[in-house]
Design a protein around this ligand. Sequence first.
Ligand SMILES: [Zn+2]
Length: 121
Amino acid sequence: MPECRSVLYKFRDERVLHFRCQLGHGFSARTLFQNLAAAREDALWFAMRAVVEEAALSRYLMRDSGSRDTHLPSFLCELADRADTQIGRLRKVFASISDLIEPDDLETTIVNLPRRDAGVA
Ligand SMILES: [Zn+2]
C-alpha cells in the first residue's frame, strides 16, 4: 500500500510489472512488498507499545491507589495481568512473522509473472 493511501493500478513495461497510484506515484511490486512488510511491523510495534503502556499504567495506579481503595487494586492487577498475556501473544506473533517471505526473495518471481496480468486493475 502506498503511503498516500491512493488506489493502485497495475501495468506492464516489457516483462516487468509496475504499479501507479491515482496521484501519480510509481511503485515496483518489490517496493509494495517492502511497504507492506514495514506496515505489518509498524502495526505490531504500535500494538506492543499500547499493551506495555497499559500494563505499566495499571501497575502505577495499583501502587498509587493501594491504601485508599480495596476494590480498585485487584481490578488493576487483573488489567495488568491481561496486558502481560497480550504481550506474550504479540511476542509469538513477532516470532511468526519472521517466517514470512521477504521482498528480496520475490523479485525474480515478480519479474517473470505471465503477461496475462498486464493492463489496468
Ligand atoms: Zn500515491
